[in-house]
Write a protein that binds this ligand. Structure first.
Ligand code: DC
Length: 203
């Protein structure tokens, strides 16, 4: 059985939490595609050339504990604007999407570029302030010394870059279901996602 669920949206909108819950609900495999760009960004910060880093990625690179830091997020957003880097990561994502047993992929361009034929597409978003607040709390809980204003500025900078790049910009696929999580609890956001996917599954 092949069934691809594409979950796109801006930074810290809740894609990760929703994707993991949706994958567990249906028993599908999950790929956080942001991690691929973060792993490339990490290597660039270490002095490796971006395309060389993308071409040489290994599964171990994806478990680097520093991938979640704000510096790596910014570096990821920058390497993600390089078309050759995106191209180097495409085949792996497409193969994952079409694996048997079902797949959930979350990112920025899954429903538009990586898997336009995905059976279900969600666009998960929230206001920049709500997203920055969530990311700020995560960082503080993780022991990072950070200021809310800096997190908000980072979120807005990344939105700007991810939405305005020429290649595979962040935007909702025309056939995606929009879920705004600004005023939703985690449980309600997950329930909304599952209801939207069930509607596609039963269509
Ligand atoms: O989802 P994330 O915050 O981990 O993603 C980090 C960066 O990677 C994001 O700012 C843009 C880029 N990205 C992308 O361009 N395409 C994807 N499918 C996933 C992430």
């Amino acid at each position: 059985m092949r069934f691809t669920i594409a979950i796109d949206g801006p930074a810290a909108a809740g894609k990760g939490t929703i994707s993991k819950a949706v994958a567990a609900h249906y028993g599908f495999a999950h790929l956080d595609t942001g991690l691929l760009y973060r792993a490339v960004g990490r290597k660039v910060l270490d002095g490796v050339e971006a395309l060389a880093a993308a071409e040489a990625l290994t599964p171990e690179d994806l478990s680097d504990p520093t991938l979640r830091t704000p510096d790596v997020a910014q570096a990821a957003s920058k390497v993600a604007a390089i078309p050759e880097v995106r191209a180097a990561l495409t085949d792996f994502q497409r193969a994952f999407a079409r694996r048997s047993g079902g797949a959930v992929l979350d990112g920025r361009d899954i429903g538009t570029v990586i898997c336009p034929e995905a059976e279900a597409k969600l666009f998960v978003t929230a206001s920049a302030e709500v997203r920055a607040e969530r990311r700020f709390r995560e960082l503080v809980t993780g022991g990072h010394d950070t200021r809310f204003d800096d997190v908000l500025r980072d979120v807005k900078e990344r939105d700007e870059r991810d939405m305005n790049r020429a290649d595979a910009p962040l935007k909702p696929a025309v056939d995606s279901v929009l879920i705004d999580t600004s005023a939703l609890s985690i449980e309600d956001a997950i329930a909304a996602a599952i209801a939207a996917i069930d509607a596609r599954k039963n269509a």
